[in-house]
Write a protein that binds this ligand. Structure first.
Ligand SMILES: [Zn+2]
Length: 202
């Protein structure tokens, strides 16, 4: 809780903007902790406020908020958040950052879909077609697919694109863009884990 933050004379004014990384001093409150001091570490706000970037930053914030428990420190997710907000603030196509961010968030939480094998029969997927079966927890092969189910189909190129997107940080091909069906597939898996479509996605 930031008391008086909306007052023009508040010493918090400008420090607690959305997306700012700040060092806080807080008092333990009964339900919410009360901020008594805030020092800015990093303030991407001026660049985040552009509509496209702001929409993506909101989506990033909503997903992290929804997937993470309060009071549980997740340093890997924190690093992912600060990294992706900086990338969004610097990007002319911020929406393109969402699929890889989503995969890395799922991976940090231990629920990323395996991208090299069918989740049902463990058969190799690379260079083969795959279908998105979010209920099964990932991608399935042609043998396991039931033809009556209307699942997103990925071709071999899409499957390779997915593997590139899931590559660990620092791997040279990590800057690769998601192909449209791959972006849709990742979104569907996020929606499955979240139990709903993110509000910011609309
Ligand atoms: Zn299979």
């Amino acid at each position: 809780m930031a008391k008086g933050v909306r007052r023009a004379k508040s010493h918090f004014a400008g420090r607690l903007e959305f997306g700012n990384e700040v060092e806080l001093q807080m008092h333990h409150g009964r339900s919410l902790d009360v901020i008594v001091n805030a020092d800015i570490l990093h303030a991407p706000w001026e660049r985040l406020v552009e509509p496209e970037r702001f929409a993506v930053a909101q989506l990033v914030a909503e997903l992290i908020d929804a997937f993470c428990e309060p009071d549980l420190a997740l340093p890997e997710v924190y690093a992912l958040l600060t990294g992706v907000l900086s990338a969004v603030a610097a990007s002319n196509d911020p929406r393109a950052l969402v699929p890889r961010f989503s995969l890395r968030l799922l991976s940090s939480l231990g629920v990323e879909p395996p991208i090299d094998a069918c989740v049902l029969c463990q058969k190799d997927l690379i260079d083969g077609h795959a279908w998105v079966d979010s209920q099964a927890g990932g991608f399935i092969c042609a043998r396991c697919r039931e033809s009556w189910r209307d699942l997103i189909e990925l071709d071999a190129e899409d499957v390779r694109n997915l593997a590139d997107l899931g590559a660990p940080r620092g791997v040279a091909r990590a800057r690769v863009q998601a192909r449209p069906r791959v972006a849709a597939a990742i979104e569907e898996i996020v929606v499955h884990h979240l139990g709903r479509k993110p509000k910011a996605a609309s």
